[in-house]
Design a protein around this ligand. Structure first.
Ligand code: ADP
Ligand code: MG
Length: 324
């Protein structure tokens, strides 16, 4: 099977969100051991990952050093975190693959994700990023053209557009590498958001893309048999955090849509994972699984995690136009 695995923030930082380089390396090393188990069991694996905490840290550096070095835009922050996370994953993945006797060549792609210039998200920034600041500091960032919102007691927070991912522009390159036997890391942080100008050129924009939604797009574009969303809980849960909490196991698209519509999945955390899992299967993919990182190998074989399946699905890529 060809499998796209989307790794959440918990796979990239230490306990409690510890983002020291040491903690990040340790978390990624652990994650790559789980990924290597999947590869060793015979699956073709493509990886993607989140970058929220890492971009948050870069933004703090931007703010604190603004008088000394020019702040860089959000698309640059995305590219930088794809670089550092990708590099760290490659080292750890190579070692983990060798340790399970399944050596493979590995690669990480700096990846751009196309969004529509007229996506309504650009007129209505909703995605909070970075740290909270007191009002006077937020004011000065607003004067630099950013959008900040009063979030009450915690202070002010920057909000940015989170447009819909349309297409990962590196899909063709990715398929070339997969066909050559590589385990590839791509579209980290949902991909660097870019828009296409009338003359066909693309350029980065100040936005963030949900990594789970991009994972669904990418999984279809590469003809993946399964989309695996690896996070820190074993299942999506109904009535999460209430005494009536009930994990969702195997579920139909219609049932999961109804649970989502009833508000069971928090926006910004479980919500986009459920939406991505639904989109992949609705769009013709065979199987989506949401589960904990340490269950990903088991999840591909059996009844682990939250599984949305479409037994009649084809695994042909959703589109041929991306192929080189
Ligand atoms: P990641 O960083 O892995 O992408 P998130 O932290 O964004 O993951 O989302 C996973 C978190 O979503 C869980 O740790 C849990 O606290 C939260 N969550 C919110 N609603 C639910 C739900 N209905 N079922 C399970 N987890 C939920
Ligand atoms: Mg998280």
């Amino acid at each position: 099977m060809r499998v796209l695995i989307a790794l959440g923030g918990n796979a990239m930082t230490g306990p409690g969100g510890d983002a020291t380089p040491q903690a990040q390396r340790e978390a990624i090393t652990l994650a790559m051991r789980h990924v290597a188990t999947v590869v060793a069991s015979g699956h073709e694996v493509v990886l993607t990952h989140g970058n929220g905490p890492q971009v948050g840290n870069l933004l703090v550096k931007n703010e604190l050093a603004a008088q000394v070095v020019p702040p860089v835009p959000l698309d640059w922050c995305g590219a930088q975190t794809q670089g550092t996370i990708g590099f760290t994953m490659l080292d750890a993945l190579e070692q983990a693959l060798a340790a399970v006797g399944a050596p493979r060549p590995v690669a990480a792609l700096v990846s751009r994700t196309l969004v529509a210039a007229d996506d309504p998200a650009f007129a209505n920034a909703t995605k909070p990023i970075g740290r909270f600041l007191p009002q006077d500091q937020a004011r000065s960032m607003i004067e630099h053209g950013e959008t900040w919102e009063d979030r009450g007691e915690k202070g002010w927070r920057r909000v940015v557009a989170s447009p819909e991912p349309l297409e990962v522009l590196e899909t063709g390159t990715l398929l070339t590498l997969v066909d050559a036997g590589y385990v590839v890391v791509a579209a980290g942080g949902g991909g660097i958001p870019v828009v296409r100008a009338a003359d066909g050129s693309v350029h980065g924009v100040e936005a963030v893309i949900d990594k789970d939604l991009t994972a669904a797009v990418l999984a279809r574009a590469i003809g993946a048999d399964a989309l695996v969303i690896a996070t820190d809980v074993e299942n999506a849960v109904l009535g999460y955090g209430t005494p009536d909490a009930r994990p969702v196991g195997r579920v139909s698209v219609a049932e999961m849509e109804a649970y989502a519509a009833a508000g069971h999945f928090t926006s910004g955390s479980m919500g986009p994972k459920v939406e991505a899992a639904l989109r992949f299967v609705r769009d013709g993919g065979r199987r989506s699984v949401i589960t904990a990182l340490d269950r990903i190998a088991d999840a591909l074989g059996g009844e682990v995690g939250t599984i949305i399946e479409n037994p009649s699905a084809s695994t042909e890529p959703a589109t041929e136009r991306l192929l080189p």
